[in-house]
Write a protein that binds this ligand. Structure first.
Ligand code: NAD
Ligand code: DAU
Length: 339
């Protein structure tokens, strides 16, 4: 089976490619990625000589190149490519609409034109908006996105749905909760906390830090997508979540404890605009229909992840240098003013 994986040089995409190639010899994978600030070929260095793996640098909004790749005998497209960071979407929404909405439509068109048998859109629980203290997101919840990021992901989901309804394309949408694990870009909470703590830098906690996220190990997410690829029913959406609700402060304190670092590194800063209070996933559908179960206990997964960052300091030091650091300092400074 020949797969086109878009955004495969990012956090989840690179884990997915490694997972698929370790599972089954029948897969060959084209990793199609624009290498934005979040794309990093170092994430896949171990696969560079694997004959089942090919990298093509390209933008998902480039209709000509996407059509050429999709027309090269691709059986399935799995779309991970996106602008993925909520804070950046608040700072500059335009690129989120271009990549996440237009890019998805370009991919759908190419899939349809070239008779690609399956299209999987890797979406997010953020499309459902925010929960109060009770309840879980199910696949029938209405879309209620609150950030430009989640609005653009919702727009993409609706386009995917429309290609199924209008053209009968075999599509699936997966909506996953927060991932953590190796190769996570250190602008996101968990890798930011680990790497800042290792550098004895302040840890910015937005607002009161009592917002809740439902954390899932990235390998469990990859296994779920693989099952959807093999057995997902055409046109269906599947929620994916780890049943691991934690407040942000709990996450920060757990990591500081793992690293033996003091809690005085925590600094409460200005809150994220439109900050969603709580996400929590009901994953009953994918469990009962496809037999998916998360394998990781959070305590084990977070320990392994902290260990990975300890072992891979050159990776995150390189990622955190240069343009990214300048951007981080600018955003951090503006939050201190608002605090
Ligand atoms: P990431 O930011 O680490 O990686 C995104 C990748 O997409 C990068 O390699 C980047 O170079 C590439 N990309 C960006 N714009 C592109 C374009 N125009 N053309 C081609 N490639 C482009 O993101 P991630 O955290 O790995 O998330 C992957 C997907 O999973 C996203 O669609 C995201 O919405 C979704 N998701 C993420 C999480 C999470 O917790 N990280 C949870 C649920 C869903
Ligand atoms: O729920 C799935 C989503 O999870 C994905 O769709 C997104 O692509 C992914 O980035 C993630 O979004 P979040 O906004 O939940 O993740 P982030 O790591 O940015 O923030 C997690 C929580 O931690 C959130 O409540 C904001 C808070 N936070 C984040 C950072 C970076 C802080 O308090 N301080 C920080 O420095």
């Amino acid at each position: 089976m020949r797969l086109m994986v878009t955004g495969g040089a990012g956090f989840i995409g690179s884990n997915f490619i490694r997972y698929m190639l370790s599972q089954c010899e029948e897969y060959t994978i084209i990793n199609y990625d624009a290498l934005t600030y979040a794309g990093n070929l170092e994430n896949l260095r171990d696969l560079e000589r694997n004959p089942a793996y090919t990298f093509v640098r390209g933008d998902i909004t480039d209709a000509v190149l996407v059509d050429q790749i999709a027309g090269s005998g691709i059986d399935a497209i799995i779309n991970f490519a996106a602008e993925s960071h909520v804070d950046r979407s608040i700072d500059d929404p335009g690129i989120f609409v271009k990549t996440n909405v237009l890019g998805t439509q370009v991919l759908l068109n190419a899939a349809r034109k070239n008779g690609v048998s399956k299209f999987i859109q890797v979406s997010t629980d953020e499309v459902y908006g925010s929960l109060g203290n009770e309840g879980l997101f199910t696949e029938t919840n209405p879309l209620a996105p609150n950030s430009p990021y989640s609005a653009s992901k919702s727009g993409a989901d609706l386009l995917v749905r429309s290609y199924h309804e209008t053209y009968g394309m075999d599509v699936n949408i997966t909506r996953c909760s927060n991932n953590y694990g190796p190769y996570h870009f250190p602008e996101k909470l968990i890798p930011l906390v680990i790497t800042n703590a290792l550098e004895n830098k302040e840890i910015p906690v937005y607002g009161d830090g009592l917002q809740v996220r439902d954390w899932l190990h990235v390998k469990d997410h990859c296994a779920a997508i693989a099952l959807v690829l093999q057995s997902g029913r055409s046109g269906e959406m599947y929620n994916i979540g780890g049943n691991n609700e934690r407040t942000n402060l709990q996450i920060v304190k757990t990591i500081l404890h793992e690293l033996g670092k003091p809690e005085c590194l925590i600094r409460h800063v200005g809150d994220r605009l439109g900050h969603d209070r709580r996400y929590a996933i009901d994953a009953a559908k994918i469990r009962s229909e496809l037999g998916w179960q998360p394998q990781y206990r959070f305590e084990t997964g977070i320990r392994e992840t902290v260990e990975w960052y300890l072992q891979n300091e050159p990776w995150w030091k390189r990622v955190k240098s240069g343009d990214y650091m300048r951007y981080y300092e600018k955003m951090y400074g503006s939050r201190l003013v608002k605090a």
